[in-house]
Write a protein that binds this ligand. Structure first.
Ligand code: PRE
Length: 307
C-alpha cells in the first residue's frame, strides 16, 4: 500500500485534505512534523507523495511549502483540494474562558481567529505550534490552556472539550492543498487544469512585466503570483505563478518556452486538475486549433510552398 505523508500529528486540516486527495486509492497516511520533512520524505522515496497546505484565503501563502518546493530535487503537484476552514477552540474539561492564559495554534490558524481571540480571550498569550493538531496535544499535555484546531482534532483528544465551535473571523475562509510527488507521468489534461511554476527573472528593468507578458499575450489567466526571497542574495526574488491550463496545452507550452528563454531559472511545479473543475476560458487565437494551423502554415512557408 503506498505511503502518503501529511503535516501531522493526526487531526490536522492537512490530514483531512490528504484523505480527500487520496480517496481514489488505498493509502497509508504517515504524519510528519513539518512540511519540509514531509517533502524530503517524498524526495528520499520514503513515501510516494505528500499532502501539503499551499495557501489560505485569509492569511495567504504557506511560505514553508513554497520554500521547500524549490529547495532540493524537483517535485511536482498532481492534485488539488480546497477545504472550508472553521475551527474548534478546545480546552481541558472544566476550563472556563477566564482561566485561559495561553492559547496555542498554527500561525495561519491564529491569523484566522484574531477577532474571536480579541473578543473572547483578550488576555491570553498566543503560543505558536507546527500545526493545529500539535496545539491540541499541547493542551492535552497541560502545556497550554486552549487550542485552535480543526474540528477533526476533537475526535483525537477525547479529554478535551470545545470552548467554542465554528470559529472563523471570515465566514468563507478556505485553504488550498496540493498532493506532491516526484516527477513522473503527468495527470491527463482535463480542460479545467492549473499549472504552477517558480521563476527567477534576470535582475533588469521590466523583467517581471516581460514574464507576465508571456502569459497575457497567449490569453493565459494568472490565478496567483507570489514572491519569496532567493535567500542568498538580498533584494532578489523567486516568483511563484499559478495559471489556468495544462503543460500539454499548446498555449501553455508556448508560454513556458518563452519563459525558459527569458528567465534565469524556471521550475515546473506541476499541471493538475483544479479543485473547482472550472474550465479555462481560451481565446480563439490561443486555441489548440489556432496553434496547429499556424505551425502548419509556418511549415509550408519554410518548405518554400507559400510566399
Ligand atoms: O495545522 C493544520 O491543521 C494545517 O493543516 C495547516 C494549516 C495551514 O498551513 O494553513 C491548514 C489549514 C488552516 O488554514 C490552518 C493551518
Amino acid at each position: 500500500m503506498p505511503r502518503i505523508a501529511f503535516l501531522g500529528p493526526p487531526g490536522t486540516f492537512t490530514e483531512q485534505a490528504t484523505r480527500a486527495l487520496t480517496a481514489d486509492f488505498d493509502a497509508e497516511l504517515v504524519p510528519f512534523d513539518t512540511v519540509p520533512n514531509a517533502l524530503d520524505a517524498v524526495r528520499s522515496q520514503d513515501v510516494l507523495a505528500a499532502g501539503v497546505p499551499m495557501e489560505n484565503s485569509v492569511e495567504g501563502s504557506v511560505s514553508a511549502t513554497l520554500d521547500a518546493l524549490t529547495m532540493g530535487e524537483p517535485l511536482v503537484a498532481v492534485a488539488e483540494a480546497v477545504l472550508p476552514i472553521r475551527f474548534h477552540v478546545l480546552v481541558r474539561r472544566g476550563t472556563t474562558a477566564g482561566a485561559v492564559s495561553t492559547v496555542a495554534s498554527h500561525p495561519h490558524a491564529i491569523a484566522q481567529v484574531r477577532s474571536w481571540l480579541d473578543r473572547h480571550l483578550p488576555e491570553a498569550r498566543v503560543l505558536t505550534t507546527s500545526s493545529t493538531a500539535a496545539a491540541a496535544a499541547e493542551v492535552d499535555g497541560g502545556h497550554a490552556d486552549a487550542a485552535v484546531v480543526a474540528p477533526v482534532a476533537a475526535e483525537r483528544h477525547p479529554a478535551l472539550v470545545p470552548l467554542d465551535t465554528g470559529v472563523a473571523d471570515v465566514a468563507d475562509a478556505r485553504t488550498r492543498f496540493l498532493l506532491i510527488r516526484r516527477p513522473g507521468a503527468l495527470p491527463e489534461p482535463t480542460g479545467a487544469d492549473r499549472t504552477s511554476i517558480a521563476v527567477v527573472a534576470h535582475d533588469e528593468v521590466g523583467a517581471l512585466t516581460e514574464v507576465l507578458s508571456e502569459l497575457s499575450l497567449r490569453g493565459i489567466n494568472l490565478s496567483r503570483i507570489e514572491s519569496r526571497p532567493i535567500k542568498d542574495r538580498l533584494g532578489e526574488y523567486r516568483f511563484f505563478l499559478d495559471f489556468d491550463g495544462h503543460v500539454a496545452d499548446a498555449r501553455i507550452g508556448d508560454a513556458l518556452t518563452g519563459l525558459r528563454r527569458r528567465c534565469e531559472e524556471v521550475r515546473f511545479l506541476g499541471s493538475y486538475p483544479k479543485a473547482d473543475r472550472s474550465p479555462a476560458s481560451v481565446r480563439p487565437a490561443a486555441s489548440e486549433q489556432a496553434f496547429r494551423k499556424s505551425m502548419e502554415w509556418l511549415a509550408e512557408v519554410r518548405a518554400g510552398r507559400l510566399a
